[in-house]
Write a protein that binds this ligand. Structure first.
Ligand code: SAM
Length: 333
């Protein structure tokens, strides 16, 4: 490659923030939640969003260039194709899907600090506008993605009728929904932090699953976990912790499984030699900047941990997506 092309490549990488940050700022200030109906002036919109009109107008002009909003006679509106995607009543709207990206972008900006201090970037408070909405959006975006993956896998997982499921760090409980839909007698216990389960309750009621999806608020590393479960779901959890913690957790979950109970692990894919895919490499860096000891772990390593911690018959399911993998194991003996 010529020197100029390399400079071009570096400039393109370096300036990618100019595309992502205006969109993430728009999400964070609630632009798409408020800019509905009649086109609005920056002044009126600024009042509704509690932001200054001059800078807002400059942001709106850039978003208009990208086609997310339209401008006519000094008034702005969400562009027609983006209206259904940003509908506030929709649980999988753009605001929910990008909630995770808005908070990650802030820690990635402190990546050099995290490297120098050799610890995660200090956690920032959620945006002041509506911290609860931010957390709900975070879980709804994870849930939407997880639900898609479980729907692809479920036919390969047989469970006894009326199975009892445990979703460890299950967020809002979306991942167990396909199992509850398949078997009307099945039930789930969702174990997550008290802050998360408190918010999950409403989501669960809205889904009409109140009686069949119970929550336990606690710390699954430190606190006891109940037992007798036919399927334990551990999705996007191992990457938060280090090897020692993960081995102890997998052993502990063996104690929570019924005889012949199964464990379903879903994780972010990365090769054994950490040379791809790009999504896995970026994810590992996300864990490096956001957690004390997290990482992306190749499936062969997690399979080894499962076998070391008393699970057997471990095999990989087809997650139908190169960015993620799923392992199913059974409680030994
Ligand atoms: C990355 S999210 C995964 C959510 C869901 N399992 C999924 O795949 O979409 C991690 C979840 O684990 C929870 N969590 C992490 N460590 C925990 C702990 N020690 N005790 C309880 N919950 C924890 C977080 O609150 C969060 O809901």
């Amino acid at each position: 490659m010529k020197e100029n092309d390399l400079f071009e490549q570096a400039m393109e990488m370096a300036n990618a923030y100019r595309q992502s940050l205006p969109l993430l700022a728009a999400i964070e200030i609630g632009l798409f939640d408020v800019l509905r109906g009649e086109p609005q002036t920056p002044e009126a919109l600024g009042r509704a969003l509690s932001v200054g009109p001059r800078r807002l107008r400059i942001l709106l002009d850039l978003l208009a260039w990208h086609g997310l909003v339209v401008r006519e006679k000094g008034r702005y509106a969400v562009a027609a194709p983006w209206l259904p995607l940003t509908e506030p009543a929709r649980t999988d709207n753009l605001q929910a899907r990008l909630a995770h990206a808005t908070s990650n972008a802030k820690s990635w900006f402190r990546l050099a600090d995290a490297l120098r201090a050799d610890r995660p970037a200090p956690e920032l408070p959620p945006p002041a506008r509506d911290p609860e909405l931010f957390i709900r959006n975070f879980h709804r975006s994870l849930g939407t993605r997880g639900l898609e993956i479980i729907r692809k896998l479920i036919d390969d997982i047989s469970l006894p009728p009326g199975a009892k499921l445990l979703d460890v760090g299950g967020g809002f409980g979306d991942l167990c929904r396909p199992f509850l839909e398949r078997d009307p007698q099945a039930t789930t216990c969702l174990f997550d932090s008290p802050a998360t389960t408190a918010l999950a309750e409403k989501h669960i009621r809205d889904l009409g699953l109140g009686g069949r999806l119970k929550t336990i608020g606690g710390d699954f590393i430190a606190d006891p976990i109940p037992g007798g479960f036919d399927l334990i779901i551990l999705s996007s959890i191992l990457h938060i912790y280090d090897e020692t913690t993960n081995l102890a957790l997998l052993r502990k979950l063996g104690g929570s499984a019924a005889p012949s109970g199964q464990i379903l692990i879903r994780e972010i894919a990365i090769t054994d030699t950490a040379d791809g895919p790009l999504s896995g490499l970026e994810f590992a860096l996300n864990m490096a900047v956001n957690t004390a000891a997290g990482d992306a772990y190749p499936s062969a390593r997690v399979r080894q941990w499962l076998e070391q911690s008393g699970w057997r018959d471990v095999y990989e399911l087809d997650a139908g997506d190169e960015a993620t993998y799923a392992l199913l194991g059974r409680k030994a003996g």
